[in-house]
Design a protein around this ligand. Sequence first.
Ligand code: FES
Length: 147
Amino acid sequence: MAYSEKVKDHYQNPRNVGEIENASGVGTVGNAKCGDIMRMYLDIDDATGIIKDCKFKTFGCGAAVATSSMATELVKGKTIQDALKVTNKAVMEALDGLPPIKIHCSLLAEQAIHAALWNYAEKKGIKIEGLEKPVNDVSELEDGDEE
Ligand code: FES
């Protein structure tokens, strides 16, 4: 299976690894099928809704590391609304694609961002337009490969 240069780069030198103390929002999601877990931390400016900083920790496969690294780069500096457009597809495109068997790994990155935004909204008592309650286990979102 072939990985793009960008995937290899983000896997070998992941950006924004770590934690944010007193983060505005923290989200953790996993995939019960492969056992991988990702946690995303967001630092959000309350007045402007801009994501000032984003860090992650991933206990997972190489593609999960690369997608979370790219996802942090994509949401940094964006408004909450624009961060919602950072879907797993957008992350994959930014990485020049993923092998089909690894597509599900990019869902972890998307859902971890959503979970962190959800956590922020709950803490603030606000509603984020267009944000649906994230799942804890992203394998629930994959279709077609049940059993
Ligand atoms: Fe589980 Fe990649 S194999 S996230």
